[in-house]
Ligand binder design. Structure first.
Ligand code: NA7
Length: 550
């Protein structure tokens, strides 16, 4: 991209890319500090994940009283969440309420993808281009582009010829899809598949689920909000929020475990798992013992408990065995919460097809064919096949540092970031919940707030010190990447072929992307960085005279 020094371009202090929950809060926070800020969003409205993922059954797996903004006590008191876990429509309604309440819309440009971004060494500014050809110059750029925002449809031969309709869960039509009476195929059994399959089964005349990898899933035990619980939670909201900051996953209400799963009797452990199973929720289950995610033998006790539950739920033992995961420790792929998922396979019109055994060979005009020669006639196909997670959105932008380094080159062997917030070689560029930050391993709204607050304080520090540019020192980034990898390697996470390591995208370098040292530990590192005057970040000011001479 050529640098645009003309005057007919938007001039900003901070350009934010993405109007999801993080970008919205960053806008609110930075605008209040007096910065000229604007958000650029490719979607037609705000909400990010909750704007795009409108598939049936889409719901957050974090309880609604936790999965909400904490920055305004009035907001958290006045909003009523009708269910234990927020549905997509409810969360989107909440996001829009926030947008309107804080008058954010006036500084957001919708339907406006940022297609290119180049750093201008001469002026210490980012030069951004939009899909519509607008040019923006901004001192700082914040990529709030989301972790699961680049949907992936596998490259199946013949898909063009398929005469039915097909959908991706992450790009669901706004007016919904009625599957009544249709022969439907769902490909993929991650959270999106597991959440939508029971509902699609309720409409379809015939449902085939094409499963490559069975996944562990626990009952969500969703239901109407318990009003006593809501009242008590709201009465102590501040202490809940503070407690959440001091947990590994950014959520309150889960006392830290004190024992190894291997230090107690089988009976006691079984009773504990039963209680967690009855309570619902993934954190509660995985946080039952100190070592479920670091010791395979401990993990096996939890995995076996869930395997038995699947056997007890699914009537046909052969189908049950196919639904039972054996290739990864429980919790090392995102542990799913469901509402009646395994029970769905007890319905006569629902069939599980193992595409690990016989992969999908191609689509045909009538449906699809698997490698064992079976043909499946389908009227509609749902791709619940996930995302190019954590790096996809940024890599889709023609992003370069103006000195020959592109993001594609920088991340050719996997993402490298300093605390998931910034990168060596890309001055004045921030990420919110980027790779190598807790991101998807912590409550995302809390993570977005924490990152935005940290960025806001850093910008204030630079303003106070008359600085126009920051750069991450290479050593600081290398040390952080090493630290991130060391922590991941001390856990069971790398044992799974998950999107955490990019395994779902053919050819993607296998690197463990989220920081799993705990949100609390991570936040402490961020706070210390600020307290110590930002070691590892080189600060400078451009020479205005030379700029004028240009
Ligand atoms: P996920 O969790 O990445 O799940 C995608 C599913 O699609 C998973 O079962 C994949 O199997 C399957 N998949 C992907 N590609 C194929 C092909 N080519 N053939 C067959 N099956 C395939 O995405 P979700 O949208 O469900 O959830 C994403 C996150 O959103 C979730 O973790 C929560 O954090 C919320 P695989 O396991 O790769 O073998």
């Amino acid at each position: 991209m050529t640098i645009d020094h003309s005057k007919d371009r938007t001039e900003l202090d901070v350009a934010i890319v993405g109007a999801g929950v993080s970008g919205l809060y960053a806008l609110h926070r930075l605008r209040a500090l007096g910065y000229r800020v604007r958000v650029y969003e490719q979607g037609g409205d705000a909400g990010g994940t909750w704007y795009w993922n409108r598939y049936p059954g889409c719901r957050c797996d974090v309880e609604s009283l936790e999965y909400s903004y904490s920055f305004d006590e009035t907001l958290e008191q006045e909003w009523h969440w009708p269910e234990r876990y927020g549905t997509q429509p409810e969360i989107l309604r909440y996001v829009n309420h926030v947008v309107d309440r804080y008058n954010l819309r006036k500084d957001i440009v919708f339907n406006c993808p940022i297609t290119a971004a180049t750093f201008d060494e001469e002026t210490d500014q980012w030069q951004l281009s939009t899909g519509g050809g607008e040019r923006i110059a901004s001192r700082f750029c914040i990529m709030a582009t989301g972790n699961l925002s680049t949907p992936r449809v596998p490259d199946y031969e013949g898909l063009d010829s398929f005469q039915g309709k097909w959908y991706h869960t992450g790009q669901w039509p706004h007016d919904g899809v009625d599957f009544t009476g249709l022969r439907v195929g769902v490909i993929g059994t991650g959270s999106s598949g597991v959440q939508s399959i029971p509902i699609i089964a309720g409409q379809a005349s015939r449902l085939h689920v094409f499963q490559r990898t069975p996944q562990f899933s626990l009952p969500a035990r969703n239901g109407p909000m318990d009003s006593d619980k809501e009242t008590a939670h709201k009465a102590a909201y501040r202490s809940h929020r503070e407690a959440a900051l001091d947990t590994p996953f950014g959520m309150s209400g889960h006392p830290p475990p004190t024992q190894s799963a291997l230090d107690i009797s089988d009976e006691e452990r079984q009773a504990a798992y039963e209680a967690k199973w009855a309570e619902g929720g993934s954190i509660s289950f995985l946080y039952a013992y100190t070592d479920l995610l670091i010791n395979k033998a401990a993990n096996d006790t939890a995995a076996d408990f869930v395997r038995d539950k699947i056997r007890q739920t699914v009537n046909d033992p052969k189908v049950a065995e196919k639904l039972i995961p054996h290739d990864h420790p429980i919790g090392t792929k995102r542990l799913i919460l469901d509402s009646g998922y395994f029970e769905t396979y007890n319905q006569d019109h629902v069939t599980l097809v193992d595409v690990r055994e016989a992969p999908i060979e191609r689509f045909t005009p009538e449906g699809l064919r698997t490698a064992d020669g079976n043909e499946y006639e389908l009227d509609a196909v749902v791709f619940a096949t996930g995302f190019d997670a954590m790096t996809g959105a940024l890599r889709n932008i023609a992003l370069d540092n103006g000195a020959g380094l592109t993001i594609q080159d920088k991340w050719s062997n996997g993402p490298r970031c300093f605390m998931g917030l910034a990168m060596a070689g890309f001055p004045n560029l921030f990420m919110i919940t980027g790779p190598q930050s807790p991101s998807v391993k912590a409550q995302m709204i809390l993570g977005g707030e924490q990152h935005s607050d940290w960025i806001a304080e850093f910008l204030e520090y630079m303003r106070l010190n008359d600085v126009t540019r920051f750069e991450v020192e290479q050593k600081a980034e290398d040390d952080w990447v090493l630290h991130n990898n060391d922590i991941a390697d001390s856990t069971l996470y790398p044992l799974a072929n998950s999107w955490y390591v990019g395994a779902n995208v053919p050819g993607k370098p296998r690197v463990f992307m989220p920081y799993v040292g705990g949100f609390n530990r991570y936040k402490k590192a961020c706070d210390e960085l600020a307290e110590k005057g930002y070691p590892g970040l080189r600060l400078s000011r451009y020479d205005e005279m030379s700029d004028v001479a240009d």
